[in-house]
Design a binder for this molecule. Structure first.
Ligand code: ADP
Ligand code: MG
Length: 558
């Protein structure tokens, strides 16, 4: 029997890797920086396990060097480097990950910081380069090697000179084409932007020489150019820091830095969860709704990172709709990423995190309502409507999660109250939770129908938001108490004057009939009412839909 190896058309494979996995050219830098970070991590790991070695933090860094004149971009690291064999294996074999192997050999558990696993990231260099040169010297070796390829057919490996261990990757940036500008990968400002976007939380410093201008010594109008090395990334993500080390201002700064809003967040939630799925998260509850919050344009979601590397901005699957106002980041080492690190392979972990996060937000809002009522009311002004939409959506499936977060204006307290507060002070004989709908508190106050109920000493909740009545119709009951509109014909109020109404009805039969005739187009019937006190007349309805709801339904586009 003859065994044969599969042959792959390397050129085609490379082409597929380079052009179809990644949707976005700029990620080449994320990939090369991730590799550099992995390489330093490996040195770090070696020093941890070998007493004869020390890891001096300042010796380890990544440096990005653009050179416009020669059209090259260098990515330099002081990591573990590669031997000749490793160069051949890792860069000569597509889909071979030396990093994954390292993790396995050293039995590093999931959650260790090493990022690499698929063995294709390196080739993304060919998205922007027509030639890639790698100069590398392995840790503990005295020989350095140069690997070179134009990404088409072949690569070469030669011995070369390099003083210290580590790796230097030199990209020959492609010439601009008619529809693509490659110059931007040589531009300091743009490179800084890409680094900040994807690699801000890489644990080692990413340095770059930044050209600057300053006034010449002693001169008032003559400038001189100079360069200064800067660290571009912030390194330790705020969510990995200890809560006690962070101030309110740190959290607020991060909120602004991330452009989550112009307001000050009303609350932040910092989570460090260790469990089936581990993750860190910082979540913000904003104070004000952004101008587009209640529109279709608004995109909900949390920024998703895996080991400090950005996977996706505003990942919608992490947030339930009714908490769409929450902003923030989630970082989990336990996500199964797909090869491009762009889309997630399985959503089991994601679902788990999303559910967890939902419960944390709910708890936080409940605590705020309990302990910081003023703050909660400010929040509720901005986002109460969203919570009520939540109650209404999915046929009331989220009732349990949301009902205790709702507030309405109370006729009795003259302020916002919760349903629980309402129910807990209901007199024994009161059957229903009464509500009245209208445009404003003032208008509802003047509704004739509210009088009898108020007279009875019962509290009425004022519904001034379109969604209010729809939401509670979906809820049906709260703590087994039904909701009842003050305009419904049966208010469930015992009334001694019941007989009186009957006689009224009889005596005035002719009058009512005459009125019905005149108002034929406008009302179904005219009856005597026991709900009136100081007002002569009111509108009432028997059906499920109240007059206010009808108004809204009628105003909706069909
Ligand atoms: P991955 O990072 O998923 O393993 P890559 O294609 O990005 O795949 O890299 C392939 C392998 O090449 C890495 O696993 C690593 O062993 C090696 N490698 C790449 N870049 C470097 C570097 N800067 N220093 C040391 N080794 C590197
Ligand atoms: Mg990689």
């Amino acid at each position: 029997m003859e065994k044969k190896q599969f042959k792959a058309e390397a050129k085609r494979l490379l082409d597929i890797v380079v052009n179809s996995i990644y949707t976005n050219r700029e990620i080449f830098l994320r990939e090369l920086i991730s590799n550099a970070s992995d390489a330093i991590d490996k040195v770090y790991y070696k020093t941890l396990t070998d007493d004869s070695l020390v890891f001096k933090k300042e010796d380890y860094y990544i440096k990005i060097v653009p050179d416009k004149k020669n059209r090259t971009l260098k990515i330099i690291d002081t990591g573990i480097g590669m031997t000749k064999e490793e160069l051949d294996e890792n860069l000569g074999t597509i889909a071979k990950s030396g990093s994954l192997q390292f993790k396995k050999e050293n039995e590093l558990k999931d959650g260790y910081d090493i990022i690499g696993q698929f063995g294709v990231g390196f080739y993304s260099a060919f998205l922007v380069a027509d030639k890639v040169t790698v100069i590398t010297k392995a840790f503990g070796s005295d020989k350095a090697y140069k690997w070179e390829s134009n990404g088409v057919e072949e690569y070469s490996i030669d011995e070369c000179q390099k003083d210290d261990f580590g790796t230097e990757i030199i990209l020959n940036i492609k010439e601009n084409t008619e529809d693509e500008n490659f110059d931007e990968y040589l531009d300091e400002y743009n490179l800084r932007h890409i680094i900040k976007k994807y690699s801000d939380f890489i644990r080692y410093p990413i340095k770059m020489d930044i050209s600057k201008r300053r006034l010449k010594d002693g001169s008032e109008n003559e400038y001189e150019e100079y360069v200064e090395e800067e660290i571009i990334n912030s390194m330790v993500p705020i969510w990995r820091k200890n809560k006690n080390e962070l101030t309110e201002e740190d959290y607020n700064n991060f909120y602004f830095e991330k452009h989550y809003g112009f307001d000050k967040p009303i609350k932040h939630i910092h989570l460090s969860i260790d469990g089936t799925v581990s993750y860190n998260a910082i979540l913000y509850i904003p104070e004000k709704a952004s101008y587009d919050f209640y529109t279709k344009e608004y995109e909900k979601g949390l920024d998703l990172y895996s080991n400090g590397v950005l996977i996706m901005n505003r990942c919608p699957d992490l947030l339930v709709d009714y908490f769409a106002f929450v902003k923030g980041v989630v970082d989990s080492p336990d996500l199964s990423l797909n090869i491009s690190r762009e889309i997630l392979q399985h959503d089991r972990q994601l679902k788990f995190i999303a559910k967890n996060i939902k419960n944390k937000i709910k708890k936080e809002l409940e605590n705020m309502l309990k302990n910081e009522r003023d703050k909660y009311e400010i929040f509720y002004k901005s986002f109460g409507r969203q919570l009520k939409y939540g109650v209404y959506s999915d046929f009331g499936a989220h009732k349990e999660d949301l009902q205790d977060l709702l507030m309405f204006y109370s006729s009795k307290e003259k302020k916002m109250v919760t349903l629980n507060e309402y129910v807990s002070r209901m007199p024994k004989e009161q059957k229903y939770i009464y509500y009245a709908s209208g445009e404003s508190i003032e208008k509802i106050d003047k509704l004739p129908q509210t009088e009898v109920i108020k007279d009875k000493g019962y509290e009425i909740l004022y519904f001034t938001d379109d969604i209010d009545e729809f939401a509670i119709k979906m809820m049906m009951t709260y703590k087994d108490k039904e909701f009842k509109s003050v305009s419904s014909s049966d208010l469930g109020i015992e009334n001694e004057e019941d007989n009186q109404t009957k006689t009224d009805e009889k005596e005035n039969k002719k009058l009512f009939e005459a009125m019905e005739e005149i108002l034929k187009e406008k009302v179904k019937s005219v009856r005597s009412s026991k709900k009136l006190k100081s007002h002569p007349v009111c509108l009432s309805n028997d059906g499920d839909i109240t007059i206010e709801m009808e108004k809204i339904l009628n105003s909706m586009p069909t």
